[in-house]
Structure formats: structure tokens, C-alpha cells
Ligand binder design. Structure first.
Ligand SMILES: Cc1cc2nc3c(=O)[nH]c(=O)nc-3n(C[C@H](O)[C@H](O)[C@H](O)COP(=O)(O)OP(=O)(O)OC[C@H]3O[C@@H](n4cnc5c(N)ncnc54)[C@H](O)[C@@H]3O)c2cc1C
Length: 494
């Protein structure tokens, strides 16, 4: 069996297929594994290229437990305290403590009477998380009937599948800072809080109750762990190998083209970007979706990223820093409604050297600056520089000290890099937005409807964008392919 793509979804799928006793080969076009979670080193700095927030630790445990393993056998997790800070102005900063009691006190300080409301909100979010994990997220989403069970039916009202997050949050909290904080976790789903069902406030449970974690050595440690696991199960990994087409025989795929070679296969989980796999590897008549379908989807944002090495310490930064010192609504409008380079963007700064001395030379900081951006915009070096200056000025203003003259290493990454490195449709960073109209059965389906042994996985299909969903997606796709292959074998024998 074959897996296309060596990110979280591909490594997950490969391990599940190998565990079932199959000989598995994984092909990754880039020279290193990890996909959007690759790493690179330069001048003594080790940069995680994509994900930096480790939320939903139970999903990672659940993944490794399927192989009788635990994350602690591979990497050392630490809980961040504060989990993150939200910067509303140079002297207006909300720090999110690891302790819930401290968080309740902080809410009470900002909005008297809000602590008991937060308790109730988090109890409801915990309920949504539990039902979501037990009864929804691990489903292939081929039919709504999969979600019909006692737990979901009995709790339908409390799950809030049709109330937008923003309406729900704003009915409870009034202070704009608390509203922004409570709406922030769903931005990970690539959509605005006004477009996402309040069911997804399960993310708040993860952010505020489970806490924000960090694997020492960086997020790349998780990829290394998954690589070790896959290899131990017998998966053959081929990096620097792009698949350029699939060989079909009737309604089956029986081979893949890698360079000049055709490699035989009896089944594929394809985890490269869905649109690329369909358009570049399959004839039009075998694709699930045409171009107009993709044009009609709401994509999660792309991003402009700067990886910076700074040769001094920056006292005011924490590990995770959200610069919410501009209008979220206006920035969102410039991503989703009138796509354009933003006039006054929000942005995020990760400084993992606050926690982990191994990612920067002594006395230096490892900085990752990210600005969300509409996919498909024209991406030119001069434009990137305009935003570098803008974000740098705001970071310097908050830190109260010059930073630009101390930047000893700088690399930018944006839309055209996502296209070149991952064949990302319009250079998207996070896949499809998890809006109500693009949830579960309404997402691009896991299975190719015309080719019996081709399944898709990853952030463009179910359950959605993010590292934990990618792990789950790989697993579900592998299980569905195994089911299909076993069924065909049974039919042949009978
Ligand atoms: C900047 C950024 C920040 C993020 N931050 C977070 C975060 O903090 N927390 C979080 O949980 N999530 C975060 N995410 C999202 C998360 O990283 C992704 O959802 C997840 O890594 C996607 O994994 P995947 O396996 O679905 O896709 P990918 O990682 O894209 O893997 C697909 C792989 O397929 C390969 N491929 C494509 N076509 C071919 C081909 N023809 N032949 C061979 N190989 C091919 C690609 O090269 C790629 O390696 C972030 C993403 C980005 C980009």
C-alpha cells in the first residue's frame, strides 16, 4: 500500500496501514518529512516552519496508544505558564495562566461577575469536547447518519451545532478583551467566529482547561517520533520523491509514477493537498470535484511568516504572543470578504527560545512572526518587506527596545512558497475553513467516488485543519482503505 505525503496525516495513515500487516511505502516530494510542520536550521537557530501550538494533548496520546506507545517515550512535553498572552496595547496585556483559578481571578478583574460565567462556559466546552471526540471527530463523515446516536441526539441543544461562536460568546461576555480571547481559539479552524458553529468552542476547553503544551526540541520532535514509529512498523519512507500520476485499471488504482518509474500498489491514501492530487494526478473523469467546486469553497487563510534570529533577549515576549492591537473585524474582512493585503493586520509572534534553550544560541531569541493573509493574493518580495517593517515596528514598540538592528538571521515565507513546496491551492496555509457549510459530510470527502482503492486524508478533508485533526484524518482514511481492501478480498474469495 502507498501513502502520498509525509506530513502528520501521511505518517499517521502509514503507521495504521503497516500495523494492519501491510507493506507500506510513503512518498514525500520534499527532502524532509513533516509537510507544513517541517523544520530548518540556520546559524544555530532551529525553526519550526508551521505549527507551534500543541493543543488537544489527548489526541496525541490516543494516536500513540493505538501502537501501545505514549508520547513521553519519544518527546518531553512541558506545559507553558502563561499558556499565551494577548496584547491589546503596549500596556494592556492579558496573560493566560495555566491555573484555572488564576484565570477566573483574571476574568473577574476585567469584568466583575464573569468568573462564574467562565466556569459554566468551560463546563459546556468540556461537554462538547467529550461528545465531539467520542461521537463525531473520528467518523469518516460519509453520511449524517453516522452522527445519529443517543449521546448526540440527547445533547443536541447543548452541543450548539447551529449557533455561531460569536453570538454565543457575546451573549455571555461583554468586555471586548474577553470576547476576543474567547473567540480566538476557533481562528485555528481557519474561519471567523461568526461563521463557526459554537460546537467548536470545544477548542476553548483545549486552550484554557487542557492548557498549552510544548515538546522540548520543538514541534519537529513530534514528526521525528512519528517517523520512528512508522519505520519501526516497517514503513519504507522515500523523501524527495514526487508522485506525478496514478495508473488506473478500470475503477482501481494499481500504480504511481515517481520520476521515470511506476510503482505498483493495491491502495493509496493521498495526503497532499486534495485539489493538487485530483487535478495533477488524475484524469478529469476520475476527480470528485471540478474547478468550480474549489472556487466556491471558503479557504482558511494563507500566511506571511518571518523566521528571525535575534542576537539578544527580549524581556517582554512570552512563548506565544498574539498582537490583537488592531481591529480583528477589519483584518477578517480583508481575508474573507474583500481579499487584499491587510491595512492594519493582527499578527502572532512565537518565541520558543523562552522555553527551550536548544532552539537558539545562548543569549539569542528564536522568533517566528506570522500574519494571516487571504490565499491567492499576489506575493512579491517588496510587499513582504513592507509588512516586515510594519510588524517589526509594532513588536519593537511593545517590547520597548530596538530589535531590527539585532536581527542576525531572517527568512520570509508566503503564498508562493506554499504553492511551490506543497502544491497548496492558492497558497493556502491551513486548508479549508471549518464553517458550518464546510463541516463533516459537507467537506471534500475522504473517498474517491470512482476509484475504489483511493482515499484522501489531511487538512482539506475531515475532520479539518490543525495537527490533531490531521493525525485523526490519516487514521480514518487508513481504516476506510483497509475496510475496502478487506471487503474486496472477501468478495473475491466468496
Ligand atoms: C504556518 C502554519 C502554522 C500552523 N500552526 C498550527 C498550530 O500551531 N497548531 C496546529 O495544530 N496546527 C497548525 N497548523 C496547521 C497544521 O500544521 C496542518 O493542518 C497540518 O500540519 C497538515 O498536515 P497534513 O499532513 O494534512 O498536510 P501537509 O503537512 O501539507 O502534508 C502533505 C504533504 O504531502 C506532500 N505532497 C504534496 N503533493 C505531493 C506529491 N504529488 N507527491 C509526494 N508528496 C506530495 C507535501 O509536500 C506535504 O509534505 C499550522 C499550519 C501552518 C502552515
Amino acid at each position: 500500500m502507498t501513502v502520498i505525503g509525509g506530513g502528520f496525516a501521511g505518517l499517521s495513515a502509514a503507521s495504521f496501514l503497516a500495523k494492519a500487516g501491510h507493506k507500506v511505502s510513503l512518498f514525500e516530494k520534499n527532502s524532509t518529512l513533516g509537510g507544513r510542520a517541517r523544520t530548518f536550521s540556520a546559524q544555530g537557530f532551529l525553526f519550526d516552519m508551521g505549527p507551534s501550538w500543541y493543543w488537544m494533548p489527548d489526541v496525541f496520546e490516543h494516536f500513540f496508544a493505538a501502537f501501545d506507545k505514549h508520547p513521553s517515550q519519544y518527546y518531553h512535553l512541558v506545559q507553558l505558564d502563561p499558556g499565551f498572552q494577548v496584547i491589546f496595547g503596549n500596556d494592556d496585556v492579558l496573560s493566560i495562566p495555566a491555573s484555572l483559578d488564576e484565570l477566573y481571578a483574571e476574568f473577574e478583574r476585567i469584568e466583575p461577575g464573569s468568573a462564574p460565567k467562565l466556569k459554566k462556559f468551560l463546563a459546556d466546552a468540556a461537554y462538547k469536547y467529550r461528545v465531539g471526540m467520542n461521537s463525531m471527530v473520528y467518523k469518516p463523515a460519509f453520511s449524517w447518519l453516522e452522527f445519529v446516536n443517543m449521546e448526540v441526539m440527547a445533547g443536541a441543544a447543548r452541543l450548539q451545532m447551529f449557533t455561531p461562536v460569536s453570538k454565543y460568546v457575546r451573549s455571555i461576555f461583554k468586555d471586548p478583551r474577553l470576547v476576543a480571547l474567547m473567540e480566538f481559539p476557533v481562528l485555528f479552524l481557519g474561519a471567523m467566529a461568526s461563521q463557526v458553529p459554537a460546537l467548536y468552542t470545544m477548542m476553548n476547553y483545549s486552550a484554557l482547561s487542557q492548557g498549552t503544551w510544548y515538546p522540548m526540541g520543538g514541534m519537529g520532535e513530534i514528526i521525528s517520533a512519528m517517523e520512528q514509529l512508522a519505520v519501526s512498523l516497517g514503513v519504507e519512507i522515500h523523501t524527495g520523491c514526487e508522485i506525478s500520476s496514478l495508473a488506473l485499471n478500470g475503477n482501481s488504482v494499481q500504480g504511481l509514477t515517481v520520476g521515470d518509474e511506476t510503482v505498483a500498489t493495491n491502495g493509496i491514501v493521498a495526503t497532499g493537498d486534495y485539489h493538487h492530487i485530483e487535478r495533477a494526478l488524475l484524469p478529469a473523469s476520475f476527480r470528485n470535484y471540478d474547478e468550480s467546486y474549489w472556487q466556491g469553497r471558503t479557504f482558511a487563510p494563507s500566511a506571511l511568516i518571518f523566521y528571525l534570529g535575534v542576537n539578544k533577549k527580549l524581556a517582554r515576549l512570552k512563548h506565544h504572543n498574539l498582537f490583537f492591537d488592531a481591529s480583528l473585524d477589519e483584518h477578517a474582512r480583508q481575508i474573507y470578504e474583500k481579499p487584499q493585503w491587510p491595512s492594519e493586520p493582527l499578527f502572532y509572534v512565537c518565541c520558543p527560545s523562552k522555553t527551550d534553550p536548544s532552539v537558539a544560541p545562548e543569549g539569542s531569541e528564536n522568533i517566528f512572526m506570522l500574519m494571516p493573509l487571504a490565499p491567492g493574493l499576489t506575493d512579491e518580495p517588496a510587499t513582504r518587506e513592507v509588512y516586515y517593517e510594519m510588524l517589526m515596528r509594532r513588536m519593537e514598540s511593545y517590547c520597548g527596545e530596538p530589535i531590527a538592528p539585532h536581527v542576525s538571521y531572517k527568512r520570509s515565507y508566503c503564498i508562493s512558497d506554499f504553492v511551490a513546496d506543497y502544491h497548496a491551492y492558492k497558497g493556502n496555509a491551513y486548508g479549508l475553513a471549518n464553517t458550518l457549510r464546510q463541516t463533516a459530510v459537507l467537506k471534500p470527502t475522504l473517498r474517491n467516488k470512482k476509484i475504489r482503492n483511493l482515499f484522501y486524508a489531511g487538512q482539506l478533508t475531515v475532520p479539518g485543519p490543525g495537527v490533531p485533526p490531521a493525525l485523526i484524518s490519516g487514521r480514518i482514511a487508513a481504516e476506510q482503505l483497509l475496510k475496502r481492501i478487506n471487503k474486496s478480498a472477501h468478495e473475491t474469495i466468496v
